[in-house]
Design a protein around this ligand. Structure first.
Ligand code: SF4
Length: 453
C-alpha cells in the first residue's frame, strides 16, 4: 500500500524539502568542491587505487551526445550530427583510459560497467563496438559483470539492440518520461506508446535481463489523470524497474529550459500528488519502492538489499553490493575511489583539450577525511535503507540532532534503535537529508542516474 502523503506539512516546507530536485540529492553528499585539486593529488588517488588490488572496480562511461536537446534535460550533453566529433571523443576516451590504467594497472577486473549520457545509442554501430573494445582492452570484465546502458527509444533499432546484447550489455534503460502528447510536445520529445512498446518488446526478445524505464514528473501540462494513464501504460509493458524522477526547472543553469513556460508547470503540491500516484500505482501492482524514486519487482536484488539494510548508491546508481571503487570516464563523469571523489570537466572541448595536453581532465575533487567519510556513509545509509542504526547514528555529528528534529513533523522516528524514516517522511527524504548535510552543495553536481536518454 502506498504510504499517505504528508499533507499536514505547510506548503513552504514541501517546496523547500519536497521532491524539488531533478536527479538525486546524493549528488551533493560530501561533494564539496576543491577546484584546485591538482594532478599530483589525482596521481596520489590512483596510486592508492593501484595498491588496492583486491578491490572490485566499477566503471562509468559518459557519452556526451544527443541528436536533439529535450527541453527539460539536465544532463551534460551536446547535440551533434558529426561522425567525426564522436570519433574524436572516442580517441580522447581511449587516451583517458590509457592514462588511468597506466597508473592503476591494465586488465584490472571490473564487476560493473554502466554506459550513460547523453544518449549512448546516438553512436553508430562501429562506434558502439569501438567503445566496448576500448573498455575491454583496458579492463577485464568479470564473466558475471553487471553491464548496463542507457538508450533513447527514438534511436533504437532491432539491429542496434542485437549489437548491444552481442557486445555484452545485459541491462538496458529507456527514457520514456511521459506518454501524454501535450506533455511530450511541451518538452520537445514526442515518442508514441506504439514506438516505446515496439522497442521494449524488441529488447525483451533480444534477451536483455533487465529493462528499466525512466519517467519524469513535474513536467508542463502533467495532470494526475494524464500521468495515471502513463503509469498504467508503463505497467502494461511490465518493466523490471521504473525510475520516477522529479523535474527541476532551473533555466539559469540550463538555458534551454527557458523554452518551458512556467505557467504550465505543476505546483509543489501537485508534483507531490503526481509522485504519490506513481507510488500508489506501482506498489498496488506489486512493485516495491526502493530508495528515493525507483520501483522494482519484489524479487529484485535492490529490494532485498533495502530490506536487509545493505542498499547503497554510488555515482552509477543503486547497488546491492558493497561499495566498489568507481572509475568514471568521459566528460562530467564522477568517480568515487580510494576515499576520494573526483569529477571530470563537463565541457567536452575542455575535457578533450586536457587529455590532448597529457593531463587528467579533472575539474575538481575531494579527498575525504575520516569524518567526511563516516558522515557520508551514514547519510547514504539512511537515504538508501530508510533507517540508521544507533551504532551508525554515532557517525553523524551535528546532522544527528538536526535529523531528530524532523520527528516533530512525523518524518522520522527516533528510538534507542536509531533513526527510522516514516512512510510519510519518504516523500521528503531528499530534502531532509540534503538539509542536514553540512557538506551539501546542492545541485552543483550531477549524479549519474536516469533522466538522460
Ligand atoms: S534528456 Fe536525454 S535524450 Fe534528451 S537531451 Fe537530455 S540526455 Fe539527450
Amino acid at each position: 500500500m502506498a504510504p499517505p502523503l504528508p499533507t499536514s506539512l505547510p506548503l513552504e516546507f514541501l517546496e523547500s524539502h519536497g521532491l524539488a530536485a531533478q536527479g538525486c540529492p546524493m549528488s551533493s553528499l560530501g561533494l564539496v568542491k576543491e577546484d584546485h585539486f591538482t594532478q599530483a593529488q589525482y596521481l596520489g588517488v590512483l596510486e592508492n587505487l593501484r595498491q588496492r588490488t583486491d578491490e572490485e572496480l566499477a566503471i562509468y562511461v559518459h557519452v556526451p551526445f544527443c541528436h536533439v536537446r529535450c527541453l527539460y534535460c539536465a544532463c551534460d550533453t551536446t547535440v551533434t550530427h558529426s561522425i567525426e566529433k564522436v570519433d574524436q571523443y572516442l580517441d580522447a576516451l581511449e587516451r583517458e583510459m590509457d592514462m588511468v590504467t597506466e597508473r592503476i594497472g591494465r586488465g584490472r577486473r571490473v564487476e560493473q560497467l554502466h554506459v550513460g549520457g547523453g544518449t549512448p545509442n546516438h553512436l553508430n554501430e562501429p562506434q558502439l563496438a569501438r567503445l566496448m573494445e576500448i573498455v575491454e582492452r583496458h579492463f577485464q570484465l568479470a564473466p558475471d559483470a553487471c553491464t548496463s546502458i542507457e538508450c533513447n527509444p527514438r534511436r533504437s533499432s532491432v539491429g542496434q539492440l542485437e549489437l548491444l546484447y552481442g557486445l555484452g550489455f545485459r541491462r538496458i534503460s529507456f527514457g520514456v518520461q511521459d506518454l501524454n502528447v501535450d506533455v511530450q510536445r511541451a518538452i520537445g520529445r514526442v515518442q508514441s506508446l506504439n514506438m516505446v512498446r515496439d522497442v521494449f518488446l524488441t529488447a525483451r526478445e533480444t534477451g536483455f535481463e533487465s529493462i528499466n524505464l525512466d519517467l519524469v514528473y513535474g513536467l508542463p501540462f502533467q495532470t494526475e489523470q494524464g500521468f495515471q494513464s502513463t503509469l498504467e501504460q508503463i505497467l502494461d509493458l511490465g518493466p523490471d524497474r521504473v525510475a520516477c524522477f522529479s523535474y527541476a526547472h532551473d533555466p539559469a543553469k540550463r538555458p534551454h529550459q527557458h523554452a518551458i513556460n512556467t505557467a504550465h508547470l505543476p505546483s509543489a503540491t501537485e508534483k507531490l500528488a503526481l509522485f504519490h500516484r506513481a507510488v500508489r500505482t506501482f506498489t498496488e501492482a506489486g512493485y516495491r519502492w526502493v530508495g528515493l524514486d525507483v520501483f522494482v519487482r519484489e524479487d529484485d536484488e535492490l529490494y532485498d538489499a533495502q530490506v536487509e539494510g545493505r542498499l547503497y548508491r554510488n555515482s552509477i546508481g543503486y547497488t546491492p553490493m558493497p561499495a566498489k571503487q568507481v572509475l568514471a570516464f568521459g566528460p562530467s563523469g564522477i568517480g568515487e575511489m580510494a576515499d576520494a571523489l573526483v569529477q571530470n570537466e563537463s565541457d567536452l572541448k575542455l575535457w578533450q583539450k586536457r587529455l590532448n595536453n597529457g593531463q587528467f581532465p579533472i575539474a575538481w575533487g575531494r579527498c575525504l577525511s575520516e569524518s567526511d567519510g563516516r558522515r557520508r556513509r551514514a547519510m547514504l545509509h539512511l537515504m538508501c535503507n530508510l533507517r540508521l542504526p544507533a551504532s551508525s547514528a554515532a557517525d553523524l555529528d551535528q546532522e544527528y540532532e538536526q535529523l531528530c528534529k524532523k520527528a516533530e513533523h512525523g518524518l522520522v522516528e527516533v528510538s534507542e534503535d536509531g533513526i527510522r524514516v516514516t512512510p510519510q517522511g519518504r516523500y521528503v527524504l531528499h530534502g531532509i537529508c540534503a538539509e542536514q548535510d553540512v557538506l551539501v552543495d546542492c545541485g552543483s553536481n550531477q549524479w549519474r542516474f536516469g533522466i538522460s536518454a
